[in-house]
Write a protein that binds this ligand. Structure first.
Ligand code: GDP
Length: 477
């Protein structure tokens, strides 16, 4: 029966997705994850929230006060549905800015479903994905960038990604965009003032100052655009690939780093047939490992596919862990191996970490390695778990070195696109300015830049853009 109800609900929700976000319906949704749990939270938002809850919720306190929890029983006619705690947040002092009710109920699927049906019977409708946050945006509780930070916060899996989402949610990022916009508006208004006085040839805007202002804006934007690379990798994990000849201990090392038996460890050269990916968290930074089949030439078909992929992954990875076997290492072979590896690199500007493995077999770093590589090579034993922390700290240091202030880290590709477009407009304004082209034309470029920056925080957006953004949220958020 519950199964049937759920299917009907899904059907209803699919149909209901036709509804757009622009209305004042009272909406409801289960805000906790799908499935059963100890408790679940069902949210209700809109002008009819109080009226709806009053018809089904029996409790001792007659009136519900702002920001209070109220224990009582939910009824469907004469039937008890559940004993629940109802929290009430009065408009405008709620997440959405509307009257919000949150029902904490027992978390069985049946109860959740039953309560949802009840609320809908009493006049609410199923919320669309992200519709609660959309309302928060519509009522000026959050700007668009902050709303998107809510989605990032929910999915953030490392301390760093969490920190960035929190800072964006708190509005630090939006305020950088607002500052840039207000600088542009200043320039624009001076230009327009000059246009008004066109005939009289008045110059309100000092050319040098204007140029300086445009340069500053351009460089600020460039900094933010550059931070996207970092911001994005913080969110999804910085890619690391392990390479090296067969049997040097790549799989053993990977297993150790991942702390679980994901890759196949074998004595037979070239048995790591597939490319395996996994993510580890080192001090709040995510690293996405890609295991590889090695760089050696082989006629084995499966292995060949592996090598092609390896080369592809080398070029995708930001950090390369190049493992060698200290016991069998030989200076000229290693030099040509490094050369061969470098030949595969499209972008030479990558972090390359050389790891000498199996130190347990040679007891000491060979002399020639000491003289050729010095401290550049980390010496470990994957099998005996020796010095693995040195790899972790190299990885962590790499991110810290690249670190720039959180304030301007861009993690969202929509923002990145808008910034790139804004910068193009600014650059076009700079060129026009240098060529002494009329203020009227420069104003067009500045307006374009303002538009693109405004789209980040939602000051200028179309219905479609909003629906795309909020449509990606989960239901109940
Ligand atoms: P891959 O082909 O590079 O992935 O190498 P594997 O991880 O499969 O390891 C090949 C062999 O070397 C296995 O027998 C491992 O147990 C062994 N091995 C890996 N690391 C070490 C190490 O640090 N010391 C010793 N003595 N053996 C190791």
């Amino acid at each position: 029966m519950t199964h049937l109800i759920l299917e009907l609900t899904n059907l209803y929700q699919t149909k209901n997705n036709m509804t757009n976000y622009q209305n004042n319906d009272t909406i409801c949704a289960v805000s906790t994850p799908n499935g059963s749990g100890a408790i679940a939270v069902i949210r209700l938002s809109g002008s009819k929230s109080l009226e709806i809850i009053d018809t089904v919720f029996v409790r001792t306190s007659k009136e519900l006060h702002h920001a209070t929890c109220n224990f009582g029983t939910l009824y469907d006619g004469q039937d008890i549905v559940d004993e629940v705690v109802v929290s009430y947040f009065q408009s405008p002092r709620s997440y959405t800015g509307e009257d919000v009710i949150e029902i904490s109920c027992h978390g069985s699927r049946y109860i959740q479903q039953k309560i949802m049906e009840l609320l809908i019977k009493k006049g609410a409708r199923y919320a669309l994905p992200g519709e609660f946050t959309f309302r928060a945006f519509r009522h000026g509780k959050l700007d668009l960038a902050q709303s998107e930070a809510v989605a990032d916060l929910i999915v953030s899996e490392s301390k760093k990604a969490h920190d960035i989402a929190v800072s964006q949610l708190k509005g630090s990022y939006s305020s950088s965009i607002k500052t840039l916009r207000s600088k542009l508006i200043d320039i624009l208004s001076l230009f327009e003032l000059e246009l008004d006085f066109g005939e009289e040839d008045v110059e309100f805007a000092k050319r040098d100052e204007m140029r300086q202002l445009l340069d500053d804006i351009e460089s600020e934007l460039s900094k933010m655009i550059k931070s996207f690379e970092l911001g994005n990798s913080i969110k999804t994990g910085i890619t690391v690939t392990i390479i090296g000849k067969p049997n040097v201990g790549k799989s053993t090392l990977l297993n150790l780093l991942l702390n679980e038996e994901k890759a196949i460890v074998s004595e037979i050269p070239g048995t790591t047939r597939d490319v395996i990916e996994d993510v580890i968290n080192i001090d709040g930074f995510l690293f996405r490992f890609i295991d590889t089949a090695g760089l050696h030439e082989t006629s084995d078909v499966i292995e060949t596919i592996g090598i092609e992929r390896t080369i592809e992954r080398i070029n995708q990875a930001e950090i390369i862990l190049h493992v060698i076997d200290l016991e069998n290492a030989e200076q000229s072979a290693l030099t040509s191996e490094i050369q061969e590896f470098r030949n595969h690199l499209k972008n030479k500007d990558k972090k390359w970490i050389l790891i000498g493995n199996k130190i347990d077999k040679v007891s000491e770093k060979p002399e020639w390695i000491k003289s050729v590589f010095g401290d550049e090579m980390i010496v470990i034993s994957a099998k005996k778990h020796q010095n693995i922390e040195l790899i972790n700290s190299k990885l962590r240091d790499y991110v810290l070195e690249r670190q720039i202030s959180d304030r301007s880290v861009v993690t969202n590709s929509r923002h990145f696109d808008a910034m790139v477009k804004a910068r193009e407009s600014i650059q076009s304004a700079q060129q026009a300015f240098a060529a002494n082209i009329s203020n009227e034309l420069i104003s067009v470029d500045i307006r374009q830049a303002l538009y693109h920056l405004g789209s980040i925080i939602g000051e200028v957006t179309t219905e479609d853009v909003l629906e795309t953004i909020f449509g990606k949220f989960c239901i109940g958020k």
